[in-house]
Design a protein around this ligand. Structure first.
Ligand SMILES: Cc1cc2nc3c(=O)[nH]c(=O)nc-3n(C[C@H](O)[C@H](O)[C@H](O)COP(=O)(O)OP(=O)(O)OC[C@H]3O[C@@H](n4cnc5c(N)ncnc54)[C@H](O)[C@@H]3O)c2cc1C
Length: 408
């Protein structure tokens, strides 16, 4: 019997453990928490966006970091495979907007139960409350050292410890240390899919206000790296919400100084918007500007927008100048913000960076430096946009690592 250890009972580790178990192997999945899948519980706002029904090509377009590394893992275990696996464990799924797959119950806990049941029914055991302190090479395999100092022997080890974000879920970056201790390179760790802190202080005045049907664009220098229509919100330190999280992945490597522009009226070109403002002013004769613009904007935003356009909010529409109208159009089409930094990694959805893919065999997820050592999930230097793509990376790399470990 070959003994295989999996460190981490997140989606990557649970799938890896199930695939690693064969009649010729024993598999033990360790997790430091009192429950498996603690981060999984939080996913999709508690609903768990399990995967996406997109094609492989579409998946590749949603993975900004090292997509080609994932080709063969996706070939081996892809979206329909995880849907079948979860459904075979009694959890029905449904497809929503943008091809996003959710459990029909809208409960992430059902997905966790399915993955745990799948691992346990395959014959793998899950040992909880077991934080691994270190992994070392021994003469005939590996030693796994637990937090209490005790050591266990294995023939192969799969590191599936996740990234560094949301450390309260158990993902505190331990796997990076394990990888380094074997001579692996860990690329720079930065937050991705994160809120953004802005240089400007005014978003704090609007904290909690969310904008719908706006276009957010992000620029690095002169090049536009992101532009999409959707929802965002203001926070005490800057901006957040779906559009901002997506934009953050495009500037994750160097967020400082990136420019953001909010188009409050994406459906109107400048000329049409100017005509609309003229009409609004006609209808609001003698009114103060701060009241006259309320048809155009959420009321809390009016003072900020007027200030950015250099318009006195107290003056009346009677003295509203043509130059000011032009300026108002300009601001409404592109409210500028400058990024100071990404929010702290502890609050990011995803960690960018990780164990270098140059040192991992993409077919097996095996270390190119240490035979018998494997990696799976977010600990690897790959990450994706929102839409279920990150979880699919975890299952696919987990399946590849588990299969390969089972035949060492
Ligand atoms: C709020 C939030 C919402 C998200 N929503 C989605 C979504 O809807 N869809 C999507 O695709 N992705 C989503 N993600 C991303 C997704 O959750 C991760 O990409 C995924 O969980 C990574 O899986 P993993 O198995 O690699 O790591 P993790 O899920 O982080 O699991 C790693 C496990 O390893 C354990 N561990 C770590 N160190 C040790 C140690 N030393 N000893 C023992 N155990 C250890 C941890 O306790 C943890 O249980 C979301 C992330 C967050 C934070």
């Amino acid at each position: 019997m070959k003994r295989i250890a999996v460190i981490g009972a997140g989606p990557a580790g649970l799938v890896a453990g199930a695939f690693a178990k064969t009649p010729d192997t024993s598999v033990e999945i360790f997790d430091r928490n009192e429950k498996a899948g603690k981060k999984l519980f939080l996913t999709g706002k508690g609903r768990c966006n399990i995967t996406n029904i997109a094609s492989k090509d579409e998946f590749m377009r949603n993975i900004p970091r090292n997509p080609r590394f994932l080709f063969s893992a996706f070939d081996g275990f892809f979206n329909t495979d995880i849907i079948d696996l979860i459904e075979s464990r009694g959890v029905r799924t449904k497809v929503e907007r943008g091809g996003r797959v959710f459990p029909e119950s809208d409960k992430s806990s059902d997905v966790i139960k399915a993955l745990v049941r799948n691992a346990e029914e395959s014959g793998a055991t899950i040992t909880l409350n077991a934080r691994i302190r270190a992994v070392r090479r021994t003469e005939d395999g590996f030693g796994i050292i637990l937090w209490d100092g005790s050591e266990r022997r294995f023939d192969a080890v799969i590191i599936a410890t996740g990234g560094s974000s949301y450390p309260s879920t158990g993902s505190t970056g331990d796997g990076y240390e394990f990888a380094r201790s074997f001579g692996h390179t860990v690329t720079r760790i930065v937050p991705s899919l994160s809120a953004l802190v802005t240089e400007e202080g005014w978003p704090a005045e609007l904290a909690g206000l969310s904008l719908k049907n706006v276009t957010l664009s992000a620029y690095k220098g002169k090049s536009r790296v992101y532009s999409e229509l959707g929802e965002m919100l203001f926070t005490h330190t800057g901006v957040s919400g779906p559009l901002v999280l997506s934009a953050s992945t495009r500037i994750a490597d160097e967020p400082e100084g990136a420019k953001l522009f909010i188009d409050m009226k994406p459906a109107l070109d400048e000329q049409t918007l100017e005509a609309r403002i003229l009409r609004d002013m006609e209808q609001n004769r003698h009114k103060q500007m701060k009241n006259a613009v309320l048809g155009l904007l959420p009321s809390r935003m009016a003072p900020v927008v007027l200030q950015l356009a250099g318009i006195d909010p107290e003056k009346t529409t009677d003295s509203f100048l043509k130059t000011e109208r032009r300026e108002l159009v300009r601001v409404l089409k592109a409210i500028p913000l400058t990024v100071r930094r990404a929010a702290d990694i502890s609050e990011a959805i995803i960690t960018r960076g990780g164990v270098s893919v140059k040192e991992i065999d993409p077919r097996t997820m095996g270390s190119k430096l240490v035979p018998g050592l494997f990696f799976a999930g977010e600990v690897i230097d790959v990450d994706a946009y929102t839409g279920g793509f990150n979880l699919q990376i975890a299952y696919s790399t987990g399946a590849a690592a588990g299969r390969a470990a089972s035949v060492i």
